[in-house]
Design a protein around this ligand. Structure first.
Ligand SMILES: Nc1ncnc2c1ncn2[C@@H]1O[C@H](COP(=O)(O)OP(=O)(O)OP(=O)(O)O)[C@@H](O)[C@H]1O
Length: 252
């Protein structure tokens, strides 16, 4: 999985009609590290991740990705959808076949700890297990870049810890990992770096302890609150809740 080239996002701008949701965003993620993308609801994190995976073309700017692995990018969508009748093993074999011949799916299953439920159907998995299945499918083919959208949202603390440890291990194996999350406890545990997005702009970057030092805050929630603009919050929240069609499945 090791690559000397990580992820490089350079001056990316994305608009939907008249609404510019990402403007002139630049940052990088080194191989073997975890960068957490944080920011308020509707600030543009998912949009940026979709550009990073190549699912969405930016209006301007460039994205340079690693080239190692049987596929370059593994992606966990915010709401991954799998075939309900497939078992865990069948689901992962299906994705492995899409990636290429002789691509192993068992190691991905074991890596996230789903070996014990390999024959359970997707429809019978808990929410946490479904997220683990999503992470497992994202790792098939050992991509050099892993893009994970809210991997631990809505999970109990033990499952959340398990998922964040798994993510840290994937980076230790050499992948460049970018994770969008509202779980600031997880950010403190696993982030080598953070990118704080506010209204489509980079409001701050740095390791979690640098954000704390820069703001004099005692925790990341306080630091984030100090760094984001609070003007027109009501409008931003309404926009974030407006219906939209992303049409994402579980694969990049
Ligand atoms: N396909 C689309 N068409 C129109 N507007 C969109 C589309 N996708 C996203 N948006 C808008 O872009 C903005 C950013 O949305 P995005 O989902 O990227 O935010 P986010 O930071 O991931 O939010 P959250 O934390 O709530 O998941 C929002 O105002 C959203 O309504």
């Amino acid at each position: 999985m090791t690559d000397t080239v990580g992820l490089d996002v350079e001056a990316v701008t994305v608009s939907f009609g008249d609404l510019t949701v990402i403007e002139d965003v630049s940052f990088g993620v080194d191989p073997g590290t975890v960068t957490c993308l944080i920011g308020p609801n509707g600030s543009g994190k998912t949009t940026l991740l979709r550009v990073i995976t190549g699912l969405l073309q930016p209006d301007s700017g460039t994205v340079t990705r690693p080239t190692t692995g049987a596929r370059p990018v593994g992606y966990l969508a915010q709401a991954p959808a799998f075939r309900s009748q497939f078992s865990v093993r069948e689901t992962l074999s299906f994705y492995a076949d899409l990636v290429g011949e002789d691509v192993d799916s068992d190691s991905a299953m074991e890596r996230v700890g789903l070996g014990g439920v390999r024959d359970r159907r997707v429809e019978a998995l808990s929410g946490g297990m479904t997220r683990l299945l999503g992470i497992a499918q994202a790792t098939i083919g050992d991509p050099g870049l892993l893009v994970l959208d809210e991997p631990s949202s809505g999970l109990d603390p033990m499952m959340s810890h398990h998922i964040t440890e798994t993510i840290a291990e994937l980076a230790d194996e050499g992948a460049a990992v970018i994770v969008a999350t509202h779980d600031l406890g997880a950010v403190s545990r696993i982030a080598d770096d953070t990118v704080l997005i506010d209204r489509g702009h980079v409001a701050a970057t740095g390791a979690p302890n640098e954000l704390l030092a820069d703001t004099g805050a005692s925790d990341l929630e306080e630091a984030m609150s100090a760094l984001v603009s609070h003007e027109g919050d009501e409008v931003a929240t309404r926009t974030a809740q407006s219906p939209r069609a992303n049409g994402e499945g579980g694969d990049a």
